[in-house]
Design a protein around this ligand. Sequence first.
Ligand code: SIN
Ligand code: MN
Length: 287
Amino acid sequence: MQLTAAQRAQFERDGYLFFPGLFSPDEVRQLTDAVPALYARREAFNVRERGSDAVRTNFAAHLYSEPFARLARHPRMVKPVMQLFDEPVYMHQFKINGKMAFEGDVWQWHQDYGTWKNDDLMPTERAMNVAIFLDEVNAFNGPLMFIPGSHRKGVLDAQHDLTTTSYPLWTLDHALIAQLVERAGGRHGGIVSPQGPAGSMILFHSCLVHASSSNLSPWNRVSVYLSLCAVSNHIRRFKRPEYIAHRDFTPIDCLPDDCLLREAPVALPWKNGLPASALDTSLEVLP
Ligand code: SIN
Ligand code: MN
C-alpha cells in the first residue's frame, strides 16, 4: 500500500492518517483468537492494570506468537511507514493493549517520542506509531484522543509519571494540553478521536500528543500498537528491558499481502519463554 500525495500532505498537517476497516474480519480473527492465551501467561511481558488481573499491555508478541509475527511484517502496515521515512524500518516496540471492559485504565496525555528519547536515547522523532483495532473502537470504550497538528510542536517538556497507572510514562502538564487543544481549534476539532470497526488502522506521528480515558463500557477495546523506527535512528541505550524496547535493528522484510490468511513461515525466537537477557538493562550509551 502506497500513500497518495494528498494523504502525505494530510499526515504532515494533522500528524495522523486513519484507515477504517483496512484489515478484513477474517484477518482480524486470526489475531483476536490468539489474544486470550497470550494474556493468560504469567510473564514479565504482561503488564496488568493496577490492582486487577486485567492485562493493560502485552509486549513483544511478534517474537512468540505466529499471527502477530505475521502482522509485524504486513505490507499494508509497513510499506506506508517506509514510504514516509524513505528508509527501511525495524520494530522498536510491539504492544497489544487490552483496555478491557470495565477495567481498562487511562493513558495520560503524552507523546511517545518523549519516552523513547528520555529512556531509550532514540536520536530523532523518525519513528512511527501504528494502531490496529482488534475490537470496534467507539465513543464509550476508551478511544484514543489526538490533538491534531500537535506533532509540529516537536518534543514537549514532560514529567515521568510513575504513580497514576501501572505503567511508567513521560506525561504532559494539563495547562500545556489546554493550550494545545485551544490552538488546534478548541471545541471545534481541537481533540479528535478516530473510531471504527475492528481491522481499522491509524498511523500517527511519534510527537503527536495523545491520551485515552478509562473503559467503563461492557466492550473490550483490544488494539495492537506497533512502533516502527527508521533503521538509522535506532536507540542508543538499553535502559528498558528488551521486551519493551527492542535491540534488533534488522530492517523488516515484508510478507505477502495475504500473509494473515495462509501459512507464512516466521521466526519465533521467544516461543519457549522470555530469554533471561530480555530482562537485562544498562545505562551504557552505544556509539
Ligand atoms: C499508548 O498511548 O501507547 C496507548 C494508548 C491506548 O492504548 O489508549
Ligand atoms: Mn502512546
